[in-house]
Design a binder for this molecule. Sequence first.
Ligand SMILES: *[C@@H]1O[C@H](CO)[C@@H](O)[C@H](O)[C@H]1NC(C)=O
Ligand SMILES: *[C@@H]1O[C@H](CO)[C@@H](O)[C@H](O)[C@H]1NC(C)=O
Length: 444
Amino acid sequence: MVMVAYIAAIFALLQLAAAAAIPHHPHHPRHPRAAHEKRQDNAYHAVHLPLLSYNHRIYDPAYLMLSMKLPAILGRAIQITHKSWEIGTLTQALLEVYNPRLAPWAYSDASFHSALDRRTTTPIEAARVAAGFLVNYDFSGAPASGDVDAILLNGTPRALVDGAGSLGDPCALGTATWVLAHFADSLANTGTPLATNEQYAWAVGNQLAYLQAGPRSENGTISQREDHFELWADQGYMIPPFLAYLGLTTNNTQLLEQALDQWLLVSSALLDTNHNLYRHLNTWDTRFWATGNGWMLAGLMRVLGSIEAAGGGLDAKVREAEAIAARVFQALFDRLDGGRIPNYMGAETDPRYTAGDSAGTAAVVGAFYRFLVMRPDLAGPMKGAAEQAFAAVVDKIDTDAWLTAVVDPQGTNGFLVYPDQNTRSPEGQSLLAVMWAARTAAGQ
Ligand SMILES: *[C@@H]1O[C@H](CO)[C@@H](O)[C@H](O)[C@H]1NC(C)=O
Ligand SMILES: *[C@@H]1O[C@H](CO)[C@@H](O)[C@H](O)[C@H]1NC(C)=O
C-alpha cells in the first residue's frame, strides 16, 4: 500500500518536474518592495540546472518531491539572488548539491587539488554563478602567477562584494571564489567571463585580510558589522565557515581553530542558556529568530565538517559545540507549530512574528541532517521531529518552485512573515538545497 502510494507519487512528480522545466515568466504579483527597489531579475533568465539523482534509501515522498523540484528551485534562487549573504548561501548550496566532494562533509583533497580529478568534479554551476557576481571586481594588482595558497595569505583588505555595511556577509562568497581559484583556468563554456586562478585567489586573500582587520570585542570576537562592533546570529553562517573552508583546503590548522573559536565566541554572546535559543543580535533585535538559529547551526555544521575532513582534532571544543547544538536543536524542535519553526519565539504575540517560517525551518533541518551523521547519539532522538519539519517545508513549495510563507529576508518592516503575500526569499530557495543535500548525504 505504501509502495503503491510511493510509485504514484513518483509519477505525479515526474509531471511536475516536466512542468517546472518549461521556462515561463513569473505571473505572481510582485512583492510591494520590488517596485521601488527595482529588484531586477539577474541575467540568467533561462536557468536550466541538471536534474538530480536522489538517494533511493530515503523512503519519504517529501524527499522525493524535493529531489524533483530542486533544479527549478535553484533556478529561481539564481533569478532573485542579489545581496552578499544570499550570494554566498546560493553558491555554497550549488557546491553541496552538484559537487559534494568540494563541500566540507564529503571533501576530497584530490578533487580539489588534482588536475586529473577535476574533470569528474567540475563545479560548473557554482563557478558560473560566483563568477557572475564577481564580474565587476577590480582585479588590477593581482599577481599573474604564483602559488595560490601563498597569494591567499598576502591579501590587502577589501571585500569580495558590497556587504552594505556588513563585514561578515561577503565572506560567504569566499567559498565558491576559492573554488574558482582552483578551477577557473580549467573551465570552459561557463557563459560568464572568468578571471584567472591567481586573480580569484587574490580576491579571496583580500577578503580574508579585510575580515581579520575588522572590529573585534575585547575577547577577540569578530564583528558582523564593518564600522562598529555588533554581533548577529547570521554571522555564524558567514564568517566561521569561510575560515574553516580555507583551513581545510590549505591544511591550515590555525584557520580551522579560528573558525571554531569564532563560532564558540558568537555562541557565548548570543545564546540564551535558559531557553537554549540564539538571540538575533546583541543590540537592537535580541529576540529569538528562527533563521538566526538556523544560521548558527548550519554554520557550525560546515565548521565541524571541515575539521573532521581535515583529520579531526580540537576535540574538547568540538564536543562543547556539539553539546550546545544538541540543546538548541531540541529547543527548536520542541516549538514546531504545524511542523515549522515560528519566525520569532518567546513572548511575541503578533501573528506576523509568530507565524511559521519556511526558510528558517529549512536552515535548521538542513543543519540537523548533518548533525545526525556526525552525532547520531545526540541527534537520533530528534529524527522524527526533523522529518516532520522537512515535510512541512516541502509542503510550502508552490507549483512554480517558490518557497512560500517565508520571512521577509530584507527585514524591511522587521523580519516578518506575511503568509498571504508572495514574499520571495533568495536564501529560502538556497536553503532548500542545503536541506536536500544534507538529507541526501544522511541517507535516512
Ligand atoms: C598538513 O599539515 C600537517 C602539519 O600541520 C602535516 O603533518 C600534514 O602532512 C599536512 N597534510 C597535507 C595533506 O599536506
Ligand atoms: C566575548 O565577548 C562578547 C562581546 O563582548 C560577550 O558577549 C561574550 O560573552 C564573550 N565571550 C566569552 C567567552 O568571553
